[in-house]
Design a protein around this ligand. Structure first.
Ligand code: OFO
Length: 163
């Protein structure tokens, strides 16, 4: 059985993961408005992944005899100052999520909830990957600079993401 404290913290994390989905869907709409359909595809896949992150916790709470309580999802940003600005926002958001996952691990350790600690290790690893991916995209886009040709090719590569 989940403790009340752990249950509340997991419910908050569901909300954060659903906000991540929402933020990335908002980026999809933004990139579509710039005709960067490859970027849009990339963030659609990312948003789907965030949905899975939320649902994994949703199921875990039930497995541990807890109760899922959904709260309102905050409105995401809708405009950015260009693709690089959006990518930097994505990276900052992932750093925020990493901090949140680490706080959950700290709480699980404090409460001696070994099962939750174990469950959360998947998210700890996932966040390493999420941050690495976000930084790589920023590095590449900074390398491209003002080159329209390179941006076109980069967009085409971004569109190849399937998972
Ligand atoms: Fe769920 O990892 Fe991104 O936010």
């Amino acid at each position: 059985m989940l403790s009340e404290k752990m249950e509340k913290a997991f419910n908050e994390q569901i909300n954060k993961e659903l906000f991540s989905e929402y933020l990335y869907r908002s980026m999809v709409a933004y990139f579509e408005s710039l005709s960067l359909s490859g970027f849009a595809k990339y963030y659609h896949v990312q948003a789907d992944e965030e949905h899975e992150h939320a649902m994994k916790i949703f199921e875990y709470i039930h497995t541990r005899g807890g109760r899922v309580v959904l709260e309102a999802i905050e409105k995401p940003k809708t405009e950015w100052n260009g693709p690089l600005d959006a990518l930097k926002d994505a990276y900052n958001h992932e750093k925020f999520i990493t901090g949140s996952i680490h706080s959950l691990v700290d709480l699980a350790i404090e409460l001696k909830d070994h099962a939750s600690n174990q469950f959360l290790q998947w998210y700890v690893e996932e966040q390493v990957e999420e941050e690495e991916n976000a930084v790589n995209l920023i590095d590449k886009l900074e390398m491209i600079g003002e080159s329209k040709n390179s941006l076109y090719l980069f967009d085409r590569d971004m569109g190849k993401r399937t998972k």
